[in-house]
Design a protein around this ligand. Structure first.
Ligand code: C5P
Length: 400
């Protein structure tokens, strides 16, 4: 899967801190991000945090022999599908409009032949200054795309007007828009239905049965499928995660609501059911909070089985998704239990995760086996997003 690449140039303005979120969200949407920071930008946000988020792809110095040897300012922009300047300061805009090239950021912009999107962020007086107005007009004439700036409160006390940098999500929508015609992706035209997170099964108005699922794995798969061009519906139980960009999110609480949402979202080409659906719910939800009655005898909860959504999608849904993938969280006899589960549920692939390992349930990493007709693959323990990317990669290959 080839990701689209953004070269992000961070200028030295107070909005530079938002560039961190921009990098994260761009990665969530499946973009690869390489960063150039100006010297001034390093006064507002540390190169270490930028480099960590950008996985080391940070360049700062035009005259650094290592950096030039590694990539060079000419190749930097040539390797990108789009160059984004955020925040674009008055100074950077002036350099761009005059073709100055005395640092890596401006030299890269001058050597660039890719589309350029700038997100200006500066004091309103600077934005309004005749010099900036001239530069703006010149940049528009040169074919540079603008997003923002926005009006409203500025970082400086008692300053209002136009000059606030656009929010990262808006900048990303603009990038999507500009690269839209290129955004096909190997899963374009496919509807991918994903379940994620736990379910909550009420006992009474204040208590419920739940589990430790964080939803991270399912959300990461949704982001990866979207990045591969799929049309994604994510049916999610209660979690502490934001909706991945570009994904249709349906939130539910109980297993029965989840099943209903899944039925509503079908048909799908691919179903990936990774929700940790509660197996049981109480036979009767009390309509009032249960109280201790002083007898010392706790109430007995009578449980009944929840609908099995995976079983339904695999064996009953009409039309059945071409590829149904189930998950199995096991604490012991992983392969044996998971293989039996695959048979019982009737899914095509089963991703077995070893939740006895520390940090898997609710954590950021996962250790999985992929069980299919053609055999069992053990994947090394990895970040949940890396597991998601690899699973989506396997799906792409399956459909080729
Ligand atoms: O039976 P068990 O819960 O271990 O099976 C796990 C797999 O079945 C997961 O893919 C899970 O999303 C799915 N499942 C379901 N509905 C249920 C129980 C599990 O879709 N009620």
């Amino acid at each position: 899967m080839k990701n689209q690449r953004i070269l992000l140039i961070i200028g030295g303005g107070i909005a530079a801190y938002k560039a961190l979120e921009l990098i994260r969200r761009a990665q969530d949407r499946g973009y690869e991000v390489t960063v150039v920071m100006t010297k001034a930008a390093a006064q507002f946000v540390t190169p270490l945090s930028v480099s960590t988020l950008a996985k080391g792809k940070l360049y700062a110095n035009l005259f650094d022999p290592h950096e030039e040897m590694d990539v060079g300012h000419i190749r930097l922009s040539r390797q990108a599908d789009i160059v984004v300047v955020a925040p674009a300061t008055a100074d950077l805009m002036a350099k761009m409009s005059h073709g100055l090239a005395d640092d890596l950021a401006s030299a890269t912009l001058l050597a660039n032949d890719r589309p350029v999107l700038i997100a200006p962020g500066m004091n309103p007086k600077m934005w309004d200054h005749p010099a900036t107005r001239r530069n703006r007009a010149q940049l528009v004439e040169d074919g540079v795309h603008f997003i923002g700036p926005m009006s409203g409160e500025m970082a400086e006390a008692n300053e209002a007007g136009t000059g606030r940098m656009a929010e990262p999500a808006m900048i990303l929508d603009a990038i999507d828009g500009l690269l839209g015609p290129l955004r096909h992706g190997p899963l374009s035209g496919k509807h991918v239905l994903i379940t994620a997170g736990p379910t909550h099964e009420p006992i009474d108005p204040v208590r419920y049965i739940a589990n430790r699922s964080s939803g991270k794995q399912g959300y990461a798969i949704a982001a990866a499928a979207h990045a591969a061009g799929a049309d994604v519906t994510l049916v999610s139980g209660p979690v502490q995660l934001g909706a991945p960009d570009g994904v249709r999110l349906v939130t539910v609480e109980t297993a029965r609501q989840m099943k209903h949402a899944v039925v509503e979202a079908l048909p799908a080409d691919i179903a990936i059911l990774c929700a940790a659906v509660a197996d049981w719910r109480t036979t009767q939800e009390a309509d009032k909070k249960q109280k201790k009655d002083g007898s010392g005898k706790p109430p007995i909860l009578e449980l009944t089985e929840n609908p099995d959504i995976l079983l339904y999608v695999s064996r009953e849904a009409e039309p059945r998704p071409e590829l149904v993938i189930g998950f199995a969280a096991e604490t012991d006899h992983l392969i044996e239990h998971a293989t039996a589960k695959r048979q019982r549920k009737g899914c095509d692939w089963l991703v077995a995760n070893d939740v006895s390992q520390e940090g898997v349930m609710g954590g950021d990493t996962n250790a999985v086996h992929l069980i299919r007709d053609q055999g069992i693959d053990a994947w090394p323990k990895a970040d949940k997003q890396a597991v998601a990317d690899r699973l989506v990669e396997e799906i792409i290959q399956h459909f080729q």
